[in-house]
Write a protein that binds this ligand. Structure first.
Ligand code: PLP
Length: 239
């Protein structure tokens, strides 16, 4: 294919090279780290063009975009994850449709997901989003609340926790940024020792365009990259 989306191939190749380099530096196998394309605001055509490249899965922030892109076949059969805050009144459209909900961020949402998954007799895979920087402006479970929350999640028969997700503060420097990622990895390893039968710590989702190498150095198994693949996002001015 030749044309307007050629830049995507170069971008994905460059990101993969950086991912490989970071993995090797950390003594890890590059294959164990997934590339999630964070494609909020991108058109179906652009996402479909990117789906033919070396991207493992797609992450959406808005339910409407997830539904639209899955229905249009934009992911070319690759998995679609929910990575943005999910309102409880929208769980119906997401349960069973998103192969993983990365943004489980409250007990209220947990119960709404359990109810919907039970109604449909399916098991919904999720990650618990941790507010690792304890930021007022962000959703997520605080590090202290993680343990009771995982216990509560373990009691929900239709929910399977597969790991943790975080959006650390837009850090000021590399040391600080790596500190948050390292703290997440510590929680991830601790959570792995709990031994709840319907939980397995397989996925540690952290790192975006500006910091995915650092996240990989600290143990990320999935990075969510938007701008570095697709270019700057354009938000039309609000009327
Ligand atoms: C937009 C988004 C990303 C990707 O951000 P970029 O800086 O564009 O790479 C990752 N994770 C979440 C939850 C996002 O909303």
């Amino acid at each position: 294919m030749n044309g307007e989306f050629d830049f995507l191939k170069e971008n994905v190749e460059r990101i993969r090279e950086e991912m490989t380099r970071a993995a090797q530096t950390a003594g890890r196998r590059p294959e164990e780290i997934l590339l999630c394309a964070a494609c909020k605001t991108r058109t179906v055509e652009m996402v479909r063009a990117s789906a033919a490249l070396d991207i493992d899965l797609f992450g959406e922030n808005h339910v409407q975009e997830l539904v639209e892109k899955i229905d249009a076949g934009a992911y070319l059969g690759k998995p679609g994850h929910m990575i943005g805050h999910l309102q409880t009144n929208k769980v119906k459209q997401v349960v069973g449709r998103a192969s993983l909900i990365q943004s489980l961020d409250s007990p209220r949402l947990l119960l709404a997901l359990e109810k919907e998954a039970a109604k449909r007799s399916l098991i919904q895979d999720v990650l618990v989003e941790v507010n690792i920087g304890r930021e007022e402006s962000k959703t997520g479970i605080s590090p202290e609340e993680l343990w009771p929350f995982l216990e509560q999640a373990a009691a929900q028969p239709h929910i399977r926790v597969k790991g943790l997700m975080a959006i650390p503060p837009a850090a000021l420097d590399e040391k600080e940024s790596r500190g948050y990622f390292a703290a997440m990895r510590k929680l991830f390893e601790q959570a792995d020792t709990l031994g709840y039968p319907n939980q397995s710590m397989e996925i540690l989702s952290m790192g975006m365009s500006d910091d995915f190498s650092n996240a990989i150095l600290e143990g990320a198994t999935l990075v969510r990259v938007g701008t570095a693949i697709y270019g700057p996002r354009y938000y039309p001015p609000k009327k």
